[in-house]
Design a protein around this ligand. Structure first.
Ligand code: ADP
Ligand code: MG
Ligand code: MG
Length: 515
């Protein structure tokens, strides 16, 4: 699998060498919480009735090779992306114009918008917003230019529940540990300098951003102790990923945190007359806390909103004075529709939101071609390509959804369109597939090693705290309070798989070995 970009790697191991490596991966992973709860398919519920078991998270055995220029490029543009998306999330009028055509045909987006409007009508009581973003990229090499350097192209920008920051820090430490115990033999990973295996700093950085938001909220006005809420799905297999950030927030910053399942919002929280969000833990009903920050690791999928009560619960949170990470406007800024509108050639929007020309140019360089599926001239051309069986193989069709498993790939697109009413086509965007160069690696998942061609997706976290909006009837301009890059994530999947989601069951967590 060696090519112009990547040398032959990793080495072929003898059975004894692989056994040594695997034993260390298994033990180190559990000893350091590089772990997930097992799926029922892997460990049947009757064998673990109390839910006590955990297993190693899917990981690559070796850190994958990654071009240093691409890594630097992606990290270098993180603060510009924070600026861009905080500006978009603060421009309600622009967002409305952009998601408007979705409101008629995408019930989930329409419901979110309705919740936002209800809060707007009443007036907001919190002008701070926290974004813990993750911009995802793949390496692109221009096939028409033999001297072209590799660069990164953006897959998507996440504004809600950007996950794997916890496990990312652990997997980069695992790979460094394996190198230090000579498990990598005479390979690129064993001979590279520390500088080629950069620490993934997402745990301390994400926790720091949350602590900054917590402090910016100010002291409790209700004379109650304060806390940060992690709003979570229940059950959650990827719980240790979240726990790493939670424990760092506790340990490094002394912030009290609680996990609140989405279904329990209305049971365990209440609003006081000033709309302060008060949380009463079910295990300690005589004690309440004022919630400073609501960190969403749930609430991004329509499946979670089973009834009106669930939408009422979301409204209840959105109305509150807690800082939302994210607010509904920030969540909507992360739709694939917004990404498509920004990526439209010659569009004025990027410049409008990012007046700094260098920043705008750096962001622009990361865009891959994305087309609308509406009746605009570009949309009609996209429809033509998407319906054509041979042209469609260059594309992925995406609805406005998060969390993996929602896209339609390549040759499946024409059939999907045939079975979907034309009036619903504009709920999707059509994106050209980025074709990153493959390399070889081994993925250890559910107790089994699979070795072969893999491709990597780099995520760079961004933390942004800003003030904006109308509070107590007064319109405020946007003021960015904190803006920093917050570490990286590498996810790696087998070449045969279209999806890369680790939680969705296709990929693995990885770290970079810069070349
Ligand atoms: P989600 O919000 O569900 O994660 P993504 O846009 O990230 O949706 O798509 C899911 C996965 O599909 C990505 O992790 C990546 O593996 C693959 N994918 C999406 N868009 C592209 C693209 N343009 N080129 C190559 N792969 C893509
Ligand atoms: Mg994704
Ligand atoms: Mg996403």
């Amino acid at each position: 699998m060696a090519n112009d970009l990547y040398p032959a790697y990793p080495p072929d191991l003898t059975a004894e060498q692989e056994a040594y490596l695997l034993t260390n991966v298994k033990d180190w992973s559990i000893a350091h919480g590089l772990a997930v709860r097992p799926t029922p398919a892997y460990v049947p519920t009757k064998q673990d009735p109390s839910g006590a078991l955990a297993t190693t998270a899917p990981v690559t055995l070796f850190p994958s090779l990654f071009p240093r220029v691409c890594f630097e490029q992606a990290k270098g543009v993180a603060t510009a992306y924070n600026e861009l998306y905080s500006a978009i999330a603060s421009d309600e009028g622009w967002l409305k114009g952009t998601v408007e055509e979705l409101l008629e045909i995408d019930d989930f987006i329409a419901q979110l918008w309705k919740v936002h409007l209800k809060v707007k009508e009443e007036g907001d009581v919190q002008d701070l917003s926290l974004g813990l973003f993750r911009s995802d990229y793949m390496v692109h090499i221009d096939p028409t230019d033999s001297s072209a350097k590799p660069s990164v192209k953006q897959v998507e920008f996440n504004t809600i529940a950007s996950s794997f920051g916890g496990l990312s820090t652990q997997v980069s430490a695992l790979h460094k540990h394996l190198r230090s115990i000579d498990a990598y033999h005479d390979s690129t990973a064993s001979t590279s300098t520390d500088d080629a295996l950069p620490d993934a700093t997402s745990v301390p950085k994400l926790a720091e951003a949350m602590a900054l938001a917590h402090r910016a909220y100010g002291p409790s006005s209700s004379a109650l102790p304060t806390c940060v809420i992690f709003l979570v799905q229940d059950p959650e297999r990827n719980v240790f990923d979240q726990r790493h950030v939670e424990y760092a927030l506790n340990t490094n910053h002394g912030v009290r945190t609680f996990r609140l399942p989405f279904q329990r919002i209305l049971d365990d929280t209440a609003l006081d007359p000033d709309r302060k969000l008060l949380y009463t833990p079910p295990h300690s009903p005589s004690k309440s806390y004022e919630v400073t920050l609501l960190y969403f690791r749930a609430g991004y999928s329509p499946d979670e909103y089973k009834s009106d009560r669930d939408w009422h619960a979301r409204l209840h949170l959105e109305r509150s004075a807690a800082i939302k990470c994210p607010s509904i406007l920030t969540q909507l800024a992360g739709t694939k529709k917004v990404q498509q509108v920004l990526a439209t050639p010659q569009s004025p929007h990027l410049k409008h939101f990012l007046p700094n020309e260098n920043q705008a140019a750096a962001v622009l360089r990361t865009f891959a071609p994305i087309y609308p599926m509406d009746k605009s001239p570009a949309g009609l051309e996209a429809r033509r390509l998407a319906q054509n069986p041979s042209a469609a193989t260059r594309f992925v069709l995406k609805p406005q959804r998060e969390g993996g498993g929602n896209n339609i790939y390549r040759s499946s697109i024409p059939q999907f369109l045939k079975s979907t009413p034309e009036s619903h086509w504009p709920a999707h965007i059509l994106m050209e597939m980025i074709e990153p160069p493959a390399q070889k690696n081994s993925i250890f998942r559910n107790g089994e090693v699979a070795t072969g061609g893999v491709i990597c997706e780099l995520g760079v976290y961004g933390a942004c705290l800003w003030r904006s909006g109308v509070v107590n009837g007064e319109r405020r301009g946007r003021e960015v309070v904190e803006n920093f890059e917050a570490g990286y994530l590498l996810r790696t999947k087998g070449m045969g798989s279209e999806e890369g989601g680790v939680a969705a069951g296709f990929g693995s967590v990885d770290s970079v070995c810069l070349v």
